[in-house]
Design a protein around this ligand. Structure first.
Ligand code: DGJ
Length: 692
């Protein structure tokens, strides 16, 4: 029996090739080498499950792969043909010798203990095959008390709702649909703790993420055996893929990371990996943004925007982002029913175009950003009048409206050229723009395209997601200096694949800081803070200082009418901006320590990689008179002494910064900081600076 280990940071898979040439999984977890060494040499093959069971190979379980072959055969039998290990990559080639199908299980060991995994299938048959289900990964997890944490399950404004549950016998499916903004309903991330509830700083934990901008599916099949079969991949629902002879289908990538010391260290390593490898310019600091959407919606004119630009600069923020509503010359974009697709400035609203706004931003020393939604069209637009055949649809159906708009069929070459051309032209005409917010405000319906044959319309779900990624790649490549935000009706696109072309994501249109704190907390398991745009708004009328503190714990910005702030509020915002400029490298590049999970209170800290400096955020979410005990910080140097500065920039607090003495790292970690808050929606920030 040949044994194969693929791992990163010691964690991963152990495989065995049995006497019949089948690939079996002998282990999946941390410290896999030791596990494989301890395997009793004489354990019979049959005790190990197939590593990637195809339909009918393990007839009582759901398959990782189900294919109808070109001659109508519905079953698949896979045997190991070759194992190639070159540097960090291992490819295990399986073939079905009777049906001439090649299936490669591909693994790439990354730094920080991350393992990437995907599957490619090549059709060597004389005719087309249909891929009904094809997992990117399908490991079997040994677990006595499997606890799954998943994120979403809600809808618009309820993204990143966290659910932790014990898996019971049966199959738990967490999937997303909708094609364009699938993650609004379910984020493509999960945590699995095999030994009970996940802990922040102890116990085994596994994180999984599917790097895919389309529909995703995770399934967890538990029997009474102490195992869970995990199925990860694009959602196969209504998405059977017809694969022509001689062609290859590659699944999205599944990302794995293990920890034996709880979820905290797992997130810290994953954040480093995301910053270095998964997100565009991951190590660059992000600007403080002022957006006008929640201040003005579609109702603005040049004067109003010039005022906001001035206020942005006065505040010390660094970029003004003009949102929806600036375009639609013949069909003005005064609400969401018209203009989408007509990417000419609405001169009625903005005489002279964007030029005067960009010039003012430039004069005031701030950057200018612009909102686009290039994949969509309103029926009430010149674009739709001229190209009604450019929208996604099926010949016998009237395409359905959603937010009064249609999705453009980006599989059509002319449409793809149009979409990229829109961005090219806007940026060529307005060289002062340096930031784009790419939005998408409806899901796919009526999936179909004249570019696909009648027998392969179901390919649309995959082909559309891939075509959209090609557009994003083209835009990012052609405009390397643009900062790009990915937004889709809120957090509709938040995956680790799309991020390679984007700097940040918009988590949700729900900007109530109480909800937002929970969402940011959930996202922080996977996404580093520099990727998570967080803006102070008027939603739910929380105190501005509290909203500021919540937003400052991620990529800070504002989305409220700066012209209508009271004097006190202005002071609060100015103090917040000033402090954020100072702590930005900690928040955006430091190591996250989640200290108190959101309940009545919440707290977290970011510590510089060298441990010299840290920032601690404490939030009181409900009014409580009891003392919760000290707030113990994590990640400091026990032997160093830290200067502690406490910031409370709530209105009326004078001074907002107070020196809170000198404490050793040990004392801060063991005895902690006294919890200072009692009233709902209050916050405190401490900056810790070591002198050595
Ligand atoms: C949805 C986004 O999430 C909002 O921030 C805003 O840009 C609107 N779309 C504009 O239509």
């Amino acid at each position: 029996m040949t044994s194969i280990v693929v791992s990163s940071g010691g964690a991963g898979y152990g495989f065995l090739v049995d006497d019949q040439g089948r690939l079996r999984q002998a282990g999946f977890g941390p410290d896999i080498d030791t596990h494989m060494q301890h395997l009793a040499a004489g354990i019979p093959n049959g005790l190990y499950p197939l590593a990637y069971p195809a339909y009918d190979e393990e007839s009582t379980h759901a398959p990782a792969l189900r294919v109808t072959h070109s001659d109508g055969t519905t079953t698949t039998r896979l045997k190991v043909e070759d194992v190639r290990a070159v540097g960090p990559q291992t490819d295990i080639l399986l073939v079905d010798p009777d049906c001439l199908l090649e299936v490669s299980l591909c693994f790439h060991a990354e730094d920080h203990g991350v393992l990437r995994q995907w599957v490619s299938v090549t059709n060597r048959q004389p005719g087309a095959v249909t891929l009904h289900e094809i997992a990117a990964a399908s490991p079997l997890l040994a677990t006595a008390s499997p606890h799954l944490t998943h994120f979403g399950g809600g809808d618009w404004a309820a993204e990143w709702t966290t659910t932790t549950e014990m898996l019971t016998p049966g199959t738990k499916v967490v999937d997303s649909r909708g094609g364009v903004q699938p993650h609004l309903r379910s984020c493509p991330f999960f945590l699995l703790a095999p030994d009970g509830l996940p802990e922040e700083s102890s116990g085994v934990a596994l994180a999984g993420a599917l790097a895919w901008g389309g529909n995703t599916r995770f399934a967890f099949e538990r029997t009474t055996a102490p195992t869970v079969r995990v199925w990860c991949g694009h959602n196969p629902a209504a998405a059977e893929y017809v694969l022509d002879p001689g062609t290859t289908f590659v699944t999205p990538e599944q990302i794995w990371i293990w920890s034996t010391e709880g979820v905290g260290p797992l997130s810290r390593r994953l954040h480093r990996w995301v910053r270095q490898h998964a997100v565009r310019d991951g190590d660059a600091l992000r600007p403080i943004v002022v957006n006008n959407w929640e201040a003005t919606s579609f109702s603005f004119d040049t004067d109003r925007l010039l005022g906001l630009i001035d206020h942005t600069a006065d505040l010390g923020a660094e970029l003004f982002l003009l949102d929806d509503g600036w375009f639609g010359d013949a069909h003005p974009r005064d609400d969401d029913t018209a203009g989408l697709g007509d990417w000419q400035v609405d001169e009625g609203k903005l005489p002279g175009g964007l030029g005067p706004l960009i010039a003012r931003a430039d004069e005031r020393g701030i950057r200018f950003g612009l909102w686009v939604e290039p994949e969509m069209v309103n029926p009430d637009s010149t674009l739709y009048t001229e190209h009604p055949d450019w929208v996604v649809g099926q010949p016998k159906r009237r395409p359905r409206r959603w937010r009064d708009q249609f999705v453009l069929d980006v599989l059509q070459a002319d449409v793809a050229d149009f979409v990229c051309g829109v961005v090219d032209r806007i940026l060529a005409e307005n060289p002062g723009i340096s930031y784009l917010k790419w939005d998408a405000n409806r899901p796919l319906t009526d999936p179909g395209s004249p570019t696909l044959g009648a027998d392969r319309q179901a390919n649309y779900w995959i082909d559309h997601a891939r075509a959209t990624w090609r557009l994003m790649e083209t835009v990012a490549d052609r405009h390397p200096d643009q900062t790009l935000m990915l937004c889709a009706s809120g957090g509709g696109r938040v995956d680790l694949g799309s991020l390679r072309w984007f700097h940040e994501v918009w988590l949700s249109d729900n900007t109530d800081p109480v909800d937002r704190l929970r969402m940011q907390w959930a996202a922080s398991h996977f996404l580093p803070a520099n990727v998570v745009a967080a803006h102070v708004t008027r939603e739910c009328d929380r105190p501005i200082a509290f909203g500021c503190a919540v937003a400052m714990s991620a990529r800070f910005g504002f989305d409220l009418d700066l012209a209508n702030l009271t004097d006190d509020e202005q002071t609060v915002c100015r103090r917040a901006v000033q402090l954020y400029r100072d702590i930005r490298p900690l928040v955006q590049q430091g190591d996250l320590w989640r200290l108190v999970p959101p309940g009545e209170r919440a707290a977290l800290a970011y510590v510089a990689p060298d441990g010299q400096r840290a920032v601690v955020f404490a939030f009181q979410l409900t009014t409580r008179s009891d003392d919760p005990g000290p707030l113990r910080v994590g990640g400091l140097h026990p032997d160093r002494t830290y200067e502690v500065a406490s910031f409370d920039f709530a209105a009326g607090t004078q001074p907002h910064r107070t020196d809170a003495g000198r404490r050793s790292g040990k004392a801060l970690m063991e005895d902690g900081l006294e919890w200072p808050l009692r009233d709902a929606c209050t916050a405190r920030i401490w900056v810790l600076q070591s002198d050595s």
